[in-house]
Design a protein around this ligand. Structure first.
Ligand SMILES: [Zn+2]
Length: 131
């Protein structure tokens, strides 16, 4: 994956979403830290604001199915799970899946839409502002 154009800067997104994203990081990582079962896991911001060029790239690669994403308006953030410091999308690992589900729960408590609830294209790291 070409990650050179990936932005994780929360200062470039909608301020309302920035605040919610910071709450999510604090809450989810706080819960993880109190669970010995989830030792070695954490979440972090993987991508925030996205350029059209990168959206086109992701679409061509199959990582995204749409022409225009809420990431391009600063209204979406992807949180990816880290296992022992390395990014992981491996939801076949039950502990990793548990953290993504925790992310979804906390994101919804913050009033956000969680991509893990989508039917056609499940996107567990993705959260976005409601329309
Ligand atoms: Zn996303």
């Amino acid at each position: 994956m070409n990650i050179s154009n990936r932005s994780t800067d929360l200062n470039l997104i909608d301020p309302n979403l920035k605040e919610k994203a910071l709450n999510i990081l604090k809450t989810v990582n706080g819960i993880i830290n109190q669970s010995s079962e989830l030792n070695g896991l954490s979440i972090d911001v993987f991508e925030a604001l996205r350029t059209q060029e990168r959206q086109d790239f992701l679409r061509n690669e199959g990582s995204s199915r749409i022409k225009r994403s809420k990431h391009q308006d600063g209204k979406a953030v992807d949180f990816v799970v880290k296992l022992n410091g390395k990014w992981t999308w491996n939801t076949k690992d039950k502990r990793v899946l548990q953290v993504y589900q925790l992310l979804g729960k906390v994101a919804k408590e913050e009033g956000l839409v969680w991509g893990g609830d989508w039917i056609k294209f499940v996107d567990m790291p993705h959260v976005e502002l409601k329309d």
